[in-house]
Design a protein around this ligand. Structure first.
Ligand code: ADP
Ligand code: MG
Length: 246
């Protein structure tokens, strides 16, 4: 579904050029939860920027369902952004005075979704991420952990086929990390979403398979812990299944 081949990316800065990605290749299919871990500065955020089509690689290709992202016509790329992919960034500027409901609703409203179904889907996404209690709050009222969950809910609300999440568990307690990882694993397995997440440590990624190690822009190792566990049921998955069972 998503394939990166020989992707390199460097940034030039006044203090010299930095190689952020060096000949990176990987592939991600529906139903897969791929984890990439590496220390700060390893290139994780750059990897997601390039994989999402937000930045073009200097060399190499990024192919989504057989089509090169950097050659996609603007209108198609816009559709890809609205309908196919969701990105959850580690540092996303937010409007602190906005309500959680409006914040999570935004991608749907931009896509022309009606008020009622928007509100229903927002509530489902917040429920799936276990932050339904925050629905009526403003963003400035949230703890770091709740922010990460709300950010994830905002990613899930459009029911993307491809979810890229940059260190989505970095501000969470161990128990909460485990929760979110179960949720992402279930999203991949049950809703057949392709999920790519990053973390600074491998421990967080026990449920991911495969787990790749990124250092100095190079993917240098892999392991397959293949841990299976607790199962979440997504409202969206349930309704999709009900529709296909009917
Ligand atoms: P990570 O997310 O793993 O911390 P990044 O992808 O943010 O890694 O960064 C990889 C390398 O690229 C680092 O050396 C970083 O300093 C550099 N870098 C990242 N973004 C930029 C940028 N916008 N301009 C210049 N250098 C950057
Ligand atoms: Mg980063």
């Amino acid at each position: 579904m998503l394939r990166l081949e020989g992707v390199s990316k460097r940034y030039s800065r006044p203090d010299g050029a930095r190689v952020a990605l060096d000949d990176v290749s990987l592939s991600l299919d529906r139903g897969q939860l791929l984890g990439v871990f590496g220390p700060s500065g390893a290139g994780k955020t750059t990897l997601l920027r390039v994989a999402s089509g937000l930045r073009s690689p200097d060399s190499g290709t990024v192919v989504y369902n057989g089509e090169r992202l950097d050659r996609m016509p603007a209108s198609e790329l816009a559709r890809f952004r609205r309908r196919e992919i969701a990105c959850v960034w580690a540092t996303q500027p937010v409007q602190e005075r906005m309500s959680v409901l409006d914040h999570v609703a935004l991608p749907l409203l931009v896509d022309g979704c009606g008020r009622r179904s928007t509100e229903r889907r927002v509530r489902e996404a917040l429920l799936a991420c276990a932050v339904e209690r925050c629905t009526g709050m403003e963003l400035r009222d949230l703890s770091d952990g709740e922010r990460q969950r709300v950010a994830l809910a905002r990613g899930l609300v459009t029911e993307p086929r491809l979810l890229l999440a940059d260190s989505p568990t970095s501000s969470l307690s161990l128990a909460e990390q485990e929760d979110i990882m179960s949720l992402l694993a279930a999203l991949a397995r049950e809703a057949r979403v392709a999920v790519l997440i990053t973390a600074t440590d491998a421990q967080t990624l026990l449920r991911a398979d495969p787990v790749l190690y990124l250092r100095d822009g190079r993917l240098i190792g892999s392991e397959s812990p293949s841990v299976r566990g607790k199962v979440y049921r997504f409202p969206a998955v349930r309704s999709r299944q009900a529709a296909s069972d009917a």
